[in-house]
Write a protein that binds this ligand. Structure first.
Ligand SMILES: [Zn+2]
Ligand SMILES: [Zn+2]
Length: 177
């Protein structure tokens, strides 16, 4: 999505609205798919503040993540602000700066940079996602399988139970004395 800045470059203080929708390409992020079924909505403004162009905008839309536990795709709403400083390539002296070349810049590139910061590290379809059965691979949100799972057969728990019986045994004896 290319934005033309020629109309505000001539005059310091000039500003224009940036209202558009952009379609981002699906990518693989941290080994998982990141998909966009609908365009994202961008609303904001671009101001010529002399040495730089200032982009202030709000991004809204939905993204399709993959649940890290059950591997199902799920949709999540996104809304975040963008504050970007744009300079000519020859003026760029900060890693956080973006560039405009000639009379234009690529808005998608800026949206991507900010969007990736919004992605949670733990992506989960629901708070109580039960994940996949480690034995048969069934999605435990959708069906109950009859595998005996390691968690339910926890050897540590069994040990604790045995210790508890011993403790009870000795405390009972203690009372008898
Ligand atoms: Zn899940
Ligand atoms: Zn199972």
């Amino acid at each position: 999505m290319v934005v033309d800045v020629s109309d505000i470059l001539k005059e310091i203080g000039a500003s224009k609205n940036v209202n558009c929708s952009i379609v981002l390409k699906d990518i693989t992020w941290q080994g998982e798919p990141l998909q966009f079924r609908k365009p994202l909505t961008i609303t904001g403004s671009l101001t010529n503040s002399g040495s730089i162009l200032l982009l202030n905008a709000n991004v809204r839309g939905t993204v399709i993540f993959q649940c890290g536990l059950c591997l199902e795709a799920y949709e999540q709403n996104l809304e975040f602000p963008i504050e970007a400083r744009l300079k000519k390539p020859s003026q760029k002296n900060n890693v956080d700066d973006f560039v405009y070349e000639g009379n234009e810049f690529d808005l998608s590139k800026i949206v991507w940079e900010f969007l990736l910061l919004e992605i949670p590290t733990r992506r989960c379809c629901q708070e109580n996602c039960k994940g996949l059965c480690p034995e048969c691979g069934a999605n435990r949100n959708k069906k109950t399988c009859h595998c005996i799972n390691i968690e339910e057969n926890d050897p540590d728990l069994a040990l604790d139970e045995r210790l508890q019986i011993l403790k009870d045994h000795f405390s009972t004896r203690g009372k008898e004395v």
